[in-house]
Design a binder for this molecule. Structure first.
Ligand SMILES: [Zn+2]
Ligand SMILES: [Zn+2]
Length: 246
């Protein structure tokens, strides 16, 4: 509590002495957590019409409740997924320094965009949990950006932040460069419910938060772990999502 207060006070002090910078290019902007006029139009926000399940945008409106071919062919384990940004060269620049640098202030702005994109999911979320980072990676990267995003998003919801709801059951290595099926195999049984949430999670609607949705293999493995613990629904909210050319 005191720690949180000190962090807020320190942030206010920093905000008052340093000019706010564009999240993408470090140009000076009017207020904290903003993009400059040059960067703003380059970001592609995910906008409806969307697949009801996975939230991929449709080029043409197929009518309410429509699902994409991928979801019809192989329904995802989670109920619904939504994302704020299309993952491309532009948003990658936002995610990468966020991932590997120290711009934790970015989490606040990104959390606001995510809260907009996932407002319907947030309205139902009872527990909000990050996709966990393996402790070895936590050690080298120093923080879990999914946790920063989950904390930021939880401020726009009545849902309770559950920072350690899931944990890594084993080391999985990177998902980068793996195909969808390989990714699913790589993360199988990689996550487990933390025992201290065993009672609290039962019959609850959980919102999983991560930075980027790629094939969905990771969040599906998390969903399985939560299902084993007896949750009612699992929804997914990410900062960005990969959109493959159809
Ligand atoms: Zn900029
Ligand atoms: Zn879909």
């Amino acid at each position: 509590m005191l720690g949180e207060w000190c962090a807020t006070a320190a942030q206010r002090l920093l905000d008052s002495v340093l000019p706010p910078l564009c999240l993408a290019c470090n140009e000076i902007v009017a207020g904290p957590g903003a993009l400059c006029a040059a960067c703003w139009p380059g970001f592609r926000f995910v906008a409806p019409p969307l697949c009801l399940r996975c939230g991929v945008p449709f080029a043409e409106d197929p009518g309410p409740g429509a699902q994409c071919g991928a979801c019809l062919g192989r329904p995802p384990r989670f109920r619904q997924a939504r994302a704020a940004l299309v993952y491309d060269d532009r948003s990658r620049r936002l995610v990468l320094p966020f991932k590997h640098g120290d711009r934790t202030d970015m989490a606040r702005a990104c959390g606001r965009w995510m809260a907009g994109a996932g407002s319907e999911l947030l309205a139902e979320a009872e527990l909000i949990a990050p996709v966990p980072l393996h402790w070895r990676r936590l050690f080298t990267r120093r923080y879990n950006q999914a946790l920063l995003l989950a904390r930021s998003v939880s401020r726009a919801s009545q849902g309770r932040l559950a920072p350690d709801l899931l944990r890594r059951a084993r080391w999985t290595g990177s998902q980068a460069g793996l195909k969808a099926q390989e990714r699913r195999t790589n993360v199988r049984r990689a996550f487990e419910l933390h025992p201290r949430w065993a009672e609290a999670v039962r019959d609850k609607t959980v919102l999983l938060v991560d930075d980027v949705l790629t094939t969905g293999a990771t969040v599906e493995a998390c969903t399985r772990a939560l299902e084993r613990g007896g949750v009612r629904h699992v929804d997914v909210l990410t900062l960005a999502r990969v959109i493959r050319a159809a």
